[in-house]
Design a protein around this ligand. Structure first.
Ligand code: MN
Length: 141
């Protein structure tokens, strides 16, 4: 029999995101790690100023819901964009990109993605260079 579960906030300690995939200090709070047939993955990721992901891609894409602070996102080959609370970022499958905090502000987003039908998740690449990170963001229109 299935039962509704409440996972209490204190039951899952905040984890530090691994230095193998992130630059700077980043914390992650798990929200959902689906069990089959669900492939859902969701977590709240909190970036300290200047912190960001490495370049990476998602096999089924990713949606980011910006919760607080000031953030940045970039698709490879396009300008860096500013992110503000309430913004939603829709990232297509297999697109190289990064996301993180502004240089001088905290930033938190809810990150939502799915594994593909082979069970594969995020593909990680190299760090975002300081010069790529420091590029002036495109004006918000
Ligand atoms: Mn991503």
């Amino acid at each position: 029999m299935s039962t509704l579960r409440v996972i209490r906030a204190g039951a899952r300690p905040t984890k530090q995101a691994p230095a193998s995939n992130f630059t700077g200090t980043v914390f992650s709070d798990e929200v959902v790690t689906g069990t089959g047939p669900s492939r859902m993955r969701a977590s709240v990721v909190s970036f300290t100023p200047g912190a960001r992901t490495f370049w990476h891609s998602h096999p089924v894409g990713q949606t980011l819901y910006c919760l607080s602070g000031a953030g940045r996102v970039q698709k490879e080959g396009e300008p860096v964009q500013e992110l503000r609370p309430g913004d939603v970022v829709v990232i297509p499958p297999d697109i190289r990109h990064w996301h993180g905090a502004a240089p001088d502000r905290l930033f938190a987003h809810l990150a939502m993605s799915e594994l593909n039908d082979r069970g594969e998740g995020t593909a990680w690449f190299e760090p975002v260079s300081d010069s790529d990170y420091a590029a002036r963001p495109a004006p918000v229109t």
